[in-house]
Design a protein around this ligand. Sequence first.
Ligand SMILES: C[S@@+](CC[C@H](N)C(=O)[O-])C[C@H]1O[C@@H](n2cnc3c(N)ncnc32)[C@H](O)[C@@H]1O
Length: 269
Amino acid sequence: MDIKLKCPVCGKELTDSGRTLNCGKGHSFDRARQGYVNLLPVQFKHSLDPGDTAEMLKARRRFLDSGMYEPVCQSVLDAMRKFSHDNPKAADIGCGEGYYTSKLKALFPGEYIGIDISKDGARMACSRDKDILFLVATASHLPIEDDQLDCVCAMFSLLLPEEYARVLKRNGCVIEVTVGNDHLKELKSIIYDEVFVQDKRPSECIGLFDEVQRREYRYSMTLDNAALKDLLLMTPHFWRIRKEKREQLEATDSLTLTVNYWVRVLKKK
Ligand SMILES: C[S@@+](CC[C@H](N)C(=O)[O-])C[C@H]1O[C@@H](n2cnc3c(N)ncnc32)[C@H](O)[C@@H]1O
């Protein structure tokens, strides 16, 4: 692999000896049977098992495999084709179970790594593509050396400008996908008695980057009952829903929902 990784404990460069990643100071990280490497030292963990749970990730996988968010992937791909050069070195931060990482690599080949704080996420992601290195790590301390990447993707995950700028080469780009005001509004109006409209435009990000694209997308999707339950499980609404609302949704045969999101591209100065 050409992307240089660094030890999450001491910051020295990691070398890959097949079964383990090692640094010059004797820290060693085993490759799990599924292929991922855990580079999340205990001091970066805020809980025993951080990130999305296995149940949420399984629901996410079923939902994404149904193709309902395929247009989201296509918009990221369009941005990559426009702003990143061919054969990029890329990282998908907060990659979850690896849907976007594997699709992007298949459609816009290059050297990709997927990073998620959830061990279950990295474990599941490995089954999507054995040639992608999936790492358990935190976005706030990426185990990547400076100036390595052409592209950082953050789909419905975190934007940490300083850390992403550190690992990007000059003119490398961040492709960020965030939800818009109307995203799943029909679902929210069932779950909540009152829906507060927040302005969910991407925040300003000046200084380290030039914003070269800010584009809003919108389409409708019709979900059957099973897809609706999966969608609920993979969103934060799941933790807030009241019993009677859940029962109402569980009895809903189909629902047409708005998908509304932004794709923003930031180019490192
Ligand atoms: C909403 S999910 C999106 C997953 C994937 N990008 C997708 O769209 O299918 C957010 C992901 O970010 C991960 N995550 C949360 N905090 C993180 C952190 N500090 N570092 C890395 N990943 C994190 C979660 O475990 C989860 O898989």
